[in-house]
Design a binder for this molecule. Sequence first.
Ligand SMILES: NC(=O)C1=CN([C@@H]2O[C@H](COP(=O)(O)OP(=O)(O)OC[C@H]3O[C@@H](n4cnc5c(N)ncnc54)[C@H](O)[C@@H]3O)[C@@H](O)[C@H]2O)C=CC1
Ligand SMILES: CC(=O)C(=O)O
Ligand SMILES: [Mg+2]
Length: 599
Amino acid sequence: MGNFSRQMRLSSALLKRLQSQRRTVAAVNVSGSRSFTTTEGHRPTIVHKRSLDILHDPWFNKGTAFSMTERDRLDLRGLLPPNVMTSEQQIERFMADLKRLQLSARDGPSDTNSLAKWRILNRLHDRNETMYYKVLIDNIEEYAPIVYTPTVGLVCQKYSGLFRRPRGMYFSAADRGEMMSMVYNWPADQVDMIVVTDGSRILGLGDLGVQGIGIAIGKLDLYVAAAGINPQRVLPVMIDVGTNNEKLLDDPLYLGLQEHRLDGEEYIAVIDEFMEAVFTRWPHVIVQFEDFQSKWAFKLLQRYRNNYRMFNDDVQGTAGVALAGLLGAVRAQGRPMIDFPKMKIVVAGAGSAGIGVLNAARKTMARMLGDTEVAFESARSQFWVVDANGLITEARENIDPDARPFARKVKETERQGLTEGAKLVEVVQQVKPDVLLGLSAVGGLFSKEVLEALKGSTSTRPAIFAMSNPTKNGNGHVGHSNQANNMFLFPGIGLGTLLSGSKIVSDGMLQAAAECLAAYMTEEEVLQGIIYPSISRIRDITKEVAAAVITEAIEEDLAEGYREMDARELYKLNQDEIRTYVMNNMWSPEYPTLVYQKD
Ligand SMILES: NC(=O)C1=CN([C@@H]2O[C@H](COP(=O)(O)OP(=O)(O)OC[C@H]3O[C@@H](n4cnc5c(N)ncnc54)[C@H](O)[C@@H]3O)[C@@H](O)[C@H]2O)C=CC1
Ligand SMILES: CC(=O)C(=O)O
Ligand SMILES: [Mg+2]
């Protein structure tokens, strides 16, 4: 746990430093509050378009905030109402519109309400990206649940009706052989982050086919808001290989390929072609795999992780967040960290997320026990896994190979008064676990009965992690703000990988991210049972996680540098300098001065 305690020691000094820096940034904003054009001394942005083309371009548009000189320079005079607004005025006007909805909704928040908010925000996204991200960043706690889970799930489900302006790229089974040239249809020469889905398991909502693009867009919104990835350098991607959702196959309004999903070698060939194409055009891009059914999630991860800069968020991001929570639970019980390998953990759900968590937790326990084969073997006996068919034991027929290492031995199960397929409530009654973790996509699984059974836990303070999405179908966890969600980690994993220049996302880098999140909470907070921070701190958390990922990449000799920061310079940085490096590379929603130049 070297890394872990080092992070802990650093955190209070770091916090002070960050606070003072935040004040500096705030001061700049206040003094420059005429508009977003706080750009004196900043290099202008060169654009190759003028007039209406700029107003229709969300990357450059400032709407009514274009100053008079800029309007002259860019042939915008007469194309906008004459009153030049400050960015604050713009946002005030926009927010009044957004809030009006809430004020006039008599019966409180509802799906309709959330969808209406999503529409208003999406329209802003379509016309002015800078302002959109400013609204999102400044109100992240309120609007993350709209642009991200749970509302984004609803948006994906209703995508055919909501679709207006395309966003991102679509590669379909019909594009085989064309992808290498298609990637050049995207206007940006630099792309840092791609989130790709095949729509086969969107949140807990099943196969949504092409409609899954919504989750890629939502995740990238968080990359911009939390990690400060430049919005001009993100690319949401949908790989449409068909759908097995019969409803969509029959729906005349469905926007994707209306054929059954490709499978086997044909499927792999499409994904291979996509990977080759994007890495050819953008060799430094990072590809985050999102919401692939577990059948493919693990296989693709194994196939690409040693050759490409990629990771699977559901398997690896979720595992890190859960691991941070599990370590937090040990602290919350007032026990020393070294007690983690003694925790009895029941996991409901053995899909990509559940198995990812189990593997990560087992590895961490084994490391704490001396990192030997024996330790690794013995760690597996701390877990009981329940899926749709109940407790998984070695007696299970056709056991999923990924779940096999966690199948309980039959004899030992009998001794515990359990059998193959035992119900969750029975498992909880007999095992008396310290932790109950839900990643099953099924609502109401942690019933009153189950929670009652957990009272018999041998732990003084058993922990429950209800991680299934969407939370509406979920397990009674109130609110979304501190749901154990992979959003605490994936933005920092992506940013840290990008800025380190590592060619792969190593296990060590993922582990460092998880340990950093675990260390982020103070002792006081953890003892109060607050295991995850508030979403309002997401930019700060992401900064920390990114710095931890870079540090680990350096330690593993994987860092190759990024832009002006070459590997040699990077290796010389101390912890504080790494944090500053991260902060300096985070994009903020400020209007740059635009200067026109002919193509
Ligand atoms: N909070 C977060 O950050 C994340 C949450 N998730 C959520 O976790 C859930 C699972 O995701 P995946 O593992 O990728 O899905 P998956 O489809 O691969 O696996 C679902 C698993 O749940 C099991 N299951 C179904 N009914 C059950 C029941 N009644 N009792 C116990 N287990 C049952 C299935 O047998 C299967 O093993 C989804 O709701 C997803 O949205 C996934 C990733 C991240
Ligand atoms: C949060 C997330 O990635 C999921 O539910 O799939
Ligand atoms: Mg996901």
